[in-house]
Design a protein around this ligand. Structure first.
Ligand SMILES: O=C(O)CCC(=O)C(=O)O
Ligand SMILES: [Fe+2]
Length: 265
């Protein structure tokens, strides 16, 4: 029997499921050598509660063309790359003002995380920025309570004409703000990364058929309020449905070829 690189990787995945944030763990996560980085007690329960309370004063909108329903405050390139770049950047200012007013009345997880990544890597860490258009939006407040389909989030495959499409690795961070106590609503990640030929398994605007993850190693984690979990979103992943509330603060993180780290939604 031959030992494939996948089997070697799975062994590492098995040995230890989550790592604290360090320069080394972030590098391994980017390179898909470990499945998960966790920042325990990144925020206090009071901070999380305050952020949710502020967000709830506004309307959560549903993602278009996404089933089951996902609600959020903020905008995503995912929904605009089929519309137009200009329309996304027109929407950035309004979305940013709303996000900033919610954070000003509670706390700012986006800045707190960017400082931590900057401190531990020494890299330039910034909001993504598009030539001729300016800054992207980063930082959704998102409710995923009915689960997701099997999917990936990888800008080089979806937003190839945007700055974010030039990243070489992509992660997502989720700060769990509210989570009803039960054993559902876990996030499951597969040790299987998207490849261009996988698009034949695509079911609709974002979901993939299970064939694509057949035999892949997998882990699932149970979110805790106040913790951040970071994982590689080129890996296929799903969120399990649950009864009750599941609210996160989230954005994408990408590494550019020049070593800069960018964030966007
Ligand atoms: O809410 C989560 O746990 C993960 C959601 C997700 O699909 C992502 O962050 O890419
Ligand atoms: Fe995702």
């Amino acid at each position: 029997m031959t030992t494939t690189s996948n089997q070697i990787k799975s062994k590492i995945w098995d040995n230890k499921q989550e790592y604290p944030l360090t320069k080394e763990s972030l590098r391994m996560l980017l390179e898909n050598k470990i499945p998960l980085v966790r920042l325990k007690e990144f925020a206090t329960p009071q901070e999380c509660e305050m952020l949710v309370a502020q967000a709830q004063l506004f309307n959560f909108d549903c993602y278009e063309d996404v089933n089951p329903k996902i609600e959020r405050i903020g905008i995503t390139v995912f929904e605009y790359n089929r519309v137009s770049k200009a329309a996304y950047f027109q929407a950035v200012e309004r979305a940013t003002k709303l996000r900033d007013s919610i954070m000003a009345a509670s706390f700012n997880p986006l800045e707190r995380l960017m400082v931590k990544i900057r401190e531990c890597t020494g890299a330039t860490v910034r909001i993504a920025s598009e030539p001729f258009y300016g800054s992207y939006y980063a930082g959704l407040i998102r409710k995923i309570e009915q689960g997701t389909q099997l999917h990936i989030d990888y800008a080089p495959s979806e937003q190839s004409e945007w700055e974010v499409g030039t990243v070489i690795y992509q992660l997502s961070w989720n700060l769990y703000l509210q989570f009803s106590a039960n054993n559902n609503g876990r996030t499951r990640i597969y040790d299987r990364q998207w490849q261009p030929e996988d698009d034949r398994y695509k079911l609709d605007s974002y979901g993939y058929g299970d064939t694509v993850i057949a035999d892949a190693d997998t882990i699932a984690f149970q979110p805790y309020v106040g913790d951040i979990f970071i994982f590689n979103t080129r890996n296929y992943h799903t969120v399990e449905p649950m009864d009750g509330q599941r609210v996160t603060f989230t954005s994408a993180i990408g590494l550019l070829p020049n070593g800069e780290i960018i964030l966007w939604s």
